[in-house]
Structures are given as C-alpha cells and as structure tokens.
Design a protein around this ligand. Structure first.
Ligand SMILES: Cc1ncc(COP(=O)(O)O)c(C=O)c1O
Length: 337
C-alpha cells in the first residue's frame, strides 16, 4: 500500500503526461549552449517575470547559493530572517561558498520588514562587516507557508535600493504565493535583483530551479554554476518537465491550499493541538506535546509527516495528496487522542 505523503511537496513525482512530454524533448549539450529546450525554458520564465535572463539550476539550494555568491564579497553580510532556508538548511553554504557572514532578523512567521532591516544595519566602520544583500523567502517554509504582501516587498525593495543593497528572493514556493495573493510574476520581477523559483516542489517537476536576474547577473551566475559542477549536458529533458509543470500545474495549487485550510480547521479543534500557525498556502505547522508519538501513530495509518522541532509537526499538501487522502487523514486525526 502506498503511503499518504505529507512530509513535503518535494515528494511529488512526474505524472505520465509529464514523462511523455519529457521524452519528446529536443536536447543538446547545454554546456555548449546547444540545448534548445533549455534555452526556450530560460527565455520563457525570464519573460514571464519580466526579467532579462534566467539560468536553470539542479536545486533551489544551488540557485540561492549562486545568487548569494554573485551579490557578495568575502566578509560581507547577508541580512535575512533567522529561520531562512538559505541560513538554516543549506549546509552553511553562505559561509562555505561565499565566505560571507549573516545578520539574522527575528521576523514574523519568517517575514522581515523595512523597520527590522533598517534597525539591523551597521554604520560604515572598519570594525563592521559590509552589508551587501537582503534576502527574503516567499512563501516562508518555517513560517508555515506565509506570503508577503506585495506592498511590503515593494517597500523593502525601495529601501534596499536607497541603501545600495542587493535584494534577493528565495521563491522556492513563489507560485503558491502568486496564486494565494492574486499577484503576477512580473510584480516580483520588477522589484528584485534576483529571484530563485523552484519547479520541483508543488509544481511537480522532478528536478529544477531557475535563477532570474539581469543579463549581467546571469552571466556571472553561469560561471559560478560551472564552478559548482552544475553545468549539465542534455538537460532539455528536465526543461521539458519544468515547462510542462508551468503550463499545467500552477492552477492545481489552489486546491492544495484549500486542503491545507481544511486540515487547519480540523486541527484547531483537536484537544492535543496547542496551536496552529495561520495557514495561507500549502504548509501546516502545528504545535503539541510529544509530536513524535503522533508521527508514529500516523505512520501506522500509512500517513507520513515530520516533526520539525521538539513540539511541532509539519504537513505539506501537494497535487498528489487528493480528497480521498484528505478524508483518510481527517479520520486518523479524529481517532487520535
Ligand atoms: C524555502 C526553501 N528554499 C530553498 C529550498 C531548497 O530547495 P532544494 O531542495 O531544491 O535545494 C527549499 C527546500 O525545501 C525550501 O523550502
């Protein structure tokens, strides 16, 4: 029996239609700039966001780390929320790849504000690191899938520009935010220096993140991708998967959000749940005593999820978690005490 997968939207698998589309891709050697399917994907997503250029990366981590490397010099400081993926879950990559330090802010559900950034900036003084980059995550993973209001990002962008700071977005789940807030990719493309957008999470491609920026930025990014071993050959197959996901899977995110809300509503009524972070998109984070006991119980019901701290559990919905599975989950949660 297949388990119901709620550990992450990264567990989504290519559908038969996606695989068929991949197999028919026209491929070439992308290190030699000869993979037409990849070129078309990079151009398509750059145009979609109204940005000059894009670069395919094998992971969101690599896309973020390349951006940080391009935007910083050794010793510089990167400003971000303390729970950011770029800091917490990329293996110390900011230090390892860029020899940069971090200035961690305590935002709200993973989101930072102009006031917080302003307050954290150091004066020009040889004792202090030079701040060169502000990075935001949208949606926020540890913040329970929270979305920024576009206005708040516009304010952050204006502030960064006034202080000569580069502004990057880790958009691992940006399409969830776009669907939820009824915004457009170009709204973001117009205000960020760089954006990483992931196609292998809720959109269901097996591999692939795209880094977006100016032509000059992407040229530098491509050099760094090569250094990191991310120059790949017949990647048109993967580009085709991403293209298929962009064409067919964005609309499905709304349903993922609806199912997440239904889970939130049920959890709020369960006596063993202490609190649930406000659910905006496809991530549900709730706190309780002894979360591992519930994780183990759900496993016996063939439902997989993870404890993300000593008192928190996370569920992530995706298009391969359907209404039948939602029903099974609800029943299991109701039967647990
Ligand atoms: C917010 C966020 N950023 C970046 C990443 C990294 O993506 P990848 O696993 O493709 O490296 C993740 C992965 O879950 C994520 O949640």
């Amino acid at each position: 029996m297949n388990s119901i997968e709620l550990r992450s939207d990264t567990f989504t698998k290519p559908t038969k239609e996606m695989l068929d589309f991949m197999f028919s891709a026209n491929v070439g050697d992308d290190v030699w700039d000869e993979d037409q399917t990849m070129k078309a994907l990079e151009n398509k997503i750059a145009k979609m966001f109204g940005m000059e250029a894009a670069l395919f990366c094998p992971s969101g981590t690599m896309a973020n780390q390349i951006a940080i490397k391009v935007h910083t010099q050794p010793g510089d400081e990167v400003v971000c929320d303390y729970s950011s993926h770029i800091y917490q879950y990329e293996g110390g990559g900011i230090a390892f790849n860029s020899s940069a330090s971090v200035n961690l802010l305590k935002g709200t559900n993973g989101k930072i504000s102009v006031a917080l950034v302003k307050d954290s900036l150091k004066e020009e003084n040889i004792h202090f690191p030079r701040t060169s980059l502000v990075s935001v995550e949208n949606t926020t993973n540890k913040g329970g899938g929270a979305c920024y209001k576009l206005k708040d990002l516009q304010d952050l962008a204006s502030f960064c520009s006034s202080q000569n700071l580069a502004f990057h977005m880790d958009g691992a789940r940006l399409f969830n935010a776009i669907v939820k807030t009824n915004t457009k990719p170009k709204d973001y493309g117009g205000i960020f220096d760089s954006i990483s957008v992931c196609i292998s999470k809720g959109l269901g491609a097996p591999i692939g993140s795209l880094l977006l920026g100016t032509t000059k930025f992407i040229h530098q990014a491509k050099r760094i991708r090569k250094v990191l071993g991310g120059g790949m050959r017949q990647v048109g197959y993967l580009a085709a998967a991403c293209d298929y996901a962009l064409e067919h899977h964005i609309d499905l995110l709304k349903e993922d959000h609806r199912r997440a809300h239904e889970i939130e509503t049920l959890l709020k009524d369960r006596p063993y749940v202490i609190s649930v972070l406000p659910v905006e998109t496809n991530i549900i984070i709730f706190s309780m005593d002894q979360p591992l006991k519930l994780v183990e119980y759900l496993k016996t019901q063939h439902i997989l999820c993870s404890a993300i701290s000593s008192n928190q559990i996370r569920f992530v919905t995706h298009f391969q978690f359907d209404d039948g599975m939602l029903k099974t989950l609800k029943k299991a949660l109701l039967n647990y005490s």
